[in-house]
Design a protein. Structure first.
Length: 191
């Protein structure tokens, strides 16, 4: 691997102060700061920003400000993804979010992590990609940790800390987040 960005995306130790990475973070910050200070009525301007910010899905995402991310260009959204207020995505590795997924207010999605050894932590970090399926609902204040996969049609309870993979079609809650039951997708019950 030649560049620090390639190392970062591959999940290897990398230097976050690499000039290319600093520039990419600066571009993302300019975009989301402009978005965050825009008015709700500025729909055309907001859509132009989301198209630039995200790798895919910027055409149909609904994003309630404020929103924060590291790079944006490592975030791949499906169709009609919804982010409520005050969400954070640390996308040092790729984040994939499927169609029609709802992200509650204050949700934090972290691909970034750090070495346990203090001497390495001073100059290097690494990450693990995150995949969230389609039709997922992540409740407010939840945290999704590096390397996690959340299966389609699952629900993550508010305030949960997702530290391991969650299967499809389940309700999972808590810290650490655990499956509490299977969701019957054919049921008419709304629980």
């Amino acid at each position: 691997m030649d560049s620090q960005r390639e190392r970062m995306l591959a999940g290897h130790l990398y230097d976050p102060l690499d000039p290319e990475l600093v520039e990419l973070r600066s571009i993302a910050r300019d975009l989301f700061q402009t978005f965050n200070s825009s008015r709700a009525s500025e729909t055309i301007e907001r859509r132009a920003i989301t198209r630039q910010l995200f790798r895919t899905g910027g055409d149909t995402v609904t994003l309630e400000p404020p929103f924060y991310c590291d790079y944006g260009c490592h975030i791949r959204l499906g169709e009609q993804v919804y982010f409520n207020f005050n969400c954070v995505i640390l996308d040092v590795c790729e984040v994939h979010i499927g169609d029609h997924t709802f992200i509650g207010p204050g949700v934090q999605i972290y691909t970034a992590t750090h070495p346990l050894q203090a001497h390495l932590r001073r100059t290097q970090e690494f990450g693990k990609p995150i995949t969230i399926g389609s039709d997922v609902w992540i409740g407010g204040g939840a945290i999704v940790c590096p390397g996690v996969r959340i299966g389609s049609r699952s629900v993550i309870g508010a305030g949960s800390v997702v530290t391991r993979d969650i299967a499809e079609d389940v309700l999972a809650v808590g810290n650490p987040c655990r499956v509490v039951r299977v969701i019957d997708q054919d049921s008419r019950q709304t629980d």
